[in-house]
Design a protein around this ligand. Structure first.
Ligand SMILES: [Zn+2]
Length: 330
């Protein structure tokens, strides 16, 4: 009992320090830090796409649910480790939403330390079931060294498929309804309306690829778009697989990509949002395609609290990506 009281005091002290930290961090940082008072349910989502889907499902029930984006400071989710502040958010929530791949190896330990005995967790890779894809190294890319004794590793960028998004929103909606039955009719209606938007955008992607004269993309970068590429039968070359920790391309990789650019006469070289254009520029300058454009696809891995405050949404980014894709496949 004494032990429990000490923990409560520690938690209260931590909570106080969290609140006093708000003003120092500026107003944007507090936008994803919910006010727990009077809310029926507290939900923590690790990465932005999961956060945004959940926010759309909660909709007008936002007075019932306190929703927190855990990785809201732009940390790379592949190397993320929870801070003490993050551990506090996790250990007190009712529903924890996470991807569940190699980058989330810290999750079981964090959940085991929860003070909430009714905590539920939803692993999106589990929810996807057979639609989960194993990581693939695109042709030309440097293979990552496999850790010994590891099973297959799954591609964690599950949100980069609008078809997955529909499945995963349904799973999130079910989990929310189980936690807050009183809000169920609103959650179900919001999820249905949002799924219709996802489905409409998915149809636009399918139509755009169908109408495009090309099916090939060349990434002078990492390649987190495996799910998107597989959905539409796109053939992709890349410097690195998934979100490889490598950042220096070998001479062999650069030569391979230069030759592919020339051979396929592609009008564009792709990069992702978090990297600079240096490798793309090197590849273009080494090829005959001096006028090739550098285009950016956003893999939604670096949306921060500030992005949330500025109104970034999953659908908005995927709409922009569609326009980029149309240019790249033309
Ligand atoms: Zn990644």
């Amino acid at each position: 009992m004494k032990h429990r009281i000490v923990i409560l005091i520690l938690c209260a002290a931590l909570a106080l320090s969290l609140f006093s930290g708000c003003s120092a961090e500026g107003s944007t940082a507090s936008s994803t830090r919910p006010d727990l008072t009077g809310k029926a349910v507290s939900v923590v989502a690790t990465v932005f796409p999961i956060y945004d889907w959940t926010r759309q499902i909660i909709g007008e029930n936002s007075d019932r649910v306190a929703l927190t984006l855990l990785l809201d400071k732009g940390a790379d989710f592949h190397s993320y480790q929870p801070t003490v502040e993050d551990m506090f958010k996790i250990s007190t929530c009712d529903l924890f939403l996470y991807v569940g791949g190699e980058s989330d190896k810290w999750v079981p330990d964090a959940l085991a330390q929860s003070t909430n005995k009714d905590l539920s967790a939803l692993c999106l890779l589990d929810a996807l079931g057979a639609a989960v894809r194993e990581e693939e190294t695109p042709e030309g890319a440097q293979a990552e060294e496999e850790e010994e004794g590891e099973g297959p590793s799954y591609d964690e960028h599950v949100w980069l498929s609008l078809r997955n998004a529909e499945t995963l929103c349904a799973a999130i909606c079910d989990a929310l309804c189980a936690k807050d039955p009183a809000g169920e009719s609103v959650y179900r209606a919001n999820c249905k309306a949002y799924t219709e938007k996802l489905s409409a955008l998915e149809a636009q992607y399918a139509a755009a690829v169908e109408a495009a004269p090309r099916r090939t993309l060349l990434f002078a970068d990492r390649f987190p778009f495996l799910y998107l590429a597989k959905d539409y039968g796109l053939n992709c070359y890349a410097a690195f697989s998934g979100c490889s920790a490598e950042s220096e391309a070998s001479f062999e990789t650069v030569s391979f990509l230069v030759n592919k650019l020339d051979e396929l006469e592609l009008p564009c070289v792709m990069k992702i949002e978090s990297s600079n254009s240096r490798l793309a520029e090197t590849i273009i300058s080494g090829s005959k395609a001096k006028n090739a454009q550098i285009l950016e696809l956003d893999s939604l891995q670096t949306v921060t609290a500030q992005g949330v405050a500025e109104g970034v949404t999953y659908l908005g980014v995927m709409e922009q990506n569609l326009e980029v894709l149309k240019t790249a496949l033309n």
